[in-house]
Ligand binder design. Sequence first.
Ligand code: NAD
Length: 307
Amino acid sequence: MNILVTGGAGFIGSQVADAYIEHDHHVVIIDNLSTGQKEFINSKAVFYEADITDPSVAEIIKSENIQVINHHAAQISVHDSVKDPVADAKSNIIGTLQLLQHTVSSGVGKFIFASTGGAIYGEQDYFPADEEHPLKPTSPYGLSKLSVEGYLRFYQEQYGLSTTVLRYGNVFGPRQNPHGEAGVVAIFCNRLLKDQAPVINGDGEQTRDYVFVRDVVRANVMALGPDCSGIFNVGTGREATVNELARSLLQRAGSDIAPQYAPGRGYEQRRSCLDCKKIKDSLAWEPKVSLEEGLVETYKFFTNNKN
Ligand SMILES: NC(=O)c1ccc[n+]([C@@H]2O[C@H](COP(=O)([O-])OP(=O)(O)OC[C@H]3O[C@@H](n4cnc5c(N)ncnc54)[C@H](O)[C@@H]3O)[C@@H](O)[C@H]2O)c1
């Protein structure tokens, strides 16, 4: 298949592109390199350096005869979305809508969307949250993902576009950007390798559902299946606190530095945990990498890529 991976120079998108190429698909990547890196781009992919809002994207989709769009390009920082909700919406809502318009004009049959299970449910009413849980995002980032999910329903009903929404937990693993506001595992690894203390916002007892990037990539491969449409949580069903993450990584680094505590962020949820029964029953997807195994591999990656 001819597949466009937007954000294919980024942490998750680049590894999705690698997997699609391994499965013999023709992969085209569009990325503006705002957080992505050129060296993550698979040499067998056709790469266009462009913003998803750029008018040239329509022509790329047509000329490359794209059949599937896997949409990972986004402004990914919850913190930045609170500071500048308009910029977040321009990239995450308007940019996605423009892509959806191109799917209609070019006859693209399928759209896979990287949504969020960590930020779309808000403070959960029950644990773990299944896909039917009320959607009450506490940030503009979560609202932008919710908004796109609504548009996807419209494009499916109006134009028959096949849509798959993957609501990720907190994805971690090799290639995650350690310099931004998102990606606590990468940020902690980076600080520990510089002998700096991990900085924990709040009391560190907030929980997230941490899912390893290779497992997320596998869900994206399964999402190409002809019968795979709908909304699926992609997580582990297990919660870990930030304090636990810090302890585990400090141990791995053989460091006795004490974590530093900074003020909490009001817009951050207290707990997040995803029920992944639906994707298990529908696609036989299950996470294969435990948090500990994933942390070992991630720490090793950052050790080997210090510079
Ligand atoms: N990392 C997570 O825990 C997580 C959780 C839930 C959902 N997601 C979603 O997965 C997707 C990928 O996230 P990631 O963690 O790999 O982040 P990332 O920042 O590494 O990847 C995003 C990529 O998109 C590119 N990009 C950003 N805005 C663009 C634009 N307007 N036009 C073209 N390219 C643009 C960036 O350069 C980067 O390569 C995002 O949609 C994100 O919202 C990530």
